[in-house]
Design a protein around this ligand. Sequence first.
Ligand code: CTP
Ligand code: MG
Length: 227
Amino acid sequence: PRIAVIVVAAGSGARLGADGPKAFVGIDEHTILHHALQGVFAAPAAQVVIVAPAGREGDALTDARAVAGDRADLVTVTTGGSTRQESVAAGLAVLWGDVDIVLVHDAARALTPPEVFARVADAVASGRGAVLPVLPVVDTVKRVDDDEVRAAVDRDELAAAQTPQGFRRELLVSAYRGAAQEFTDDAALVAAAGHQVFTVAGDERAFKITTPADLERARTTLHPAAQ
Ligand code: CTP
Ligand code: MG
């Protein structure tokens, strides 16, 4: 199968609160996007679409060239929208004709190891139409209404969703075409379109860099001795 990875990197990163868009914030000497692309290029991708913030397309291409080496011709950079969903749609619009599996990945999950891409891609290649990596929920979770606890929720019924989420191309494209509202992730959008969604094992290292504490976690993960 021909696999494309869409890396959504067009967010502003309001919760991180850096000077510029999150994807170009440095973890070490390399940006969040650069690290994310290292995992992406370790996977057998036939096309890598980077969805960049408006005006930062050139910077995205610079990071891509540094990581891709002689596979830089696989890279397509396009401009994102004002929501993640619009950014994914922008990525879908520039897929090459011969791609049949699409993995959608958050650049903010910068340290996602290659095995996660492989697990998701393999599950789609073996016939699952929609696949997402998950981790067990470790906290005890309550259903609340304002300050009142309504119910305990059985942890065994819950899983935390990560990316890359993988799909048969036609399924994802048709679900996006029909989407009439905003969804929190691609799997939710596809499920709302009536498709079954399956899970594979996620990875702790695929955590999303959202806050300054997450950025610190990424730094100490990469360079444990430097703290
Ligand atoms: N994203 C995007 N386009 C948007 C919003 C988000 O491509 N309009 C991407 C982000 O770049 C990120 C991923 O979606 O890689 C997950 O989003 P999130 O972690 O929420 O990033 P931001 O939206 O940038 O952060 P915040 O919500 O704190 O502003
Ligand atoms: Mg956001």
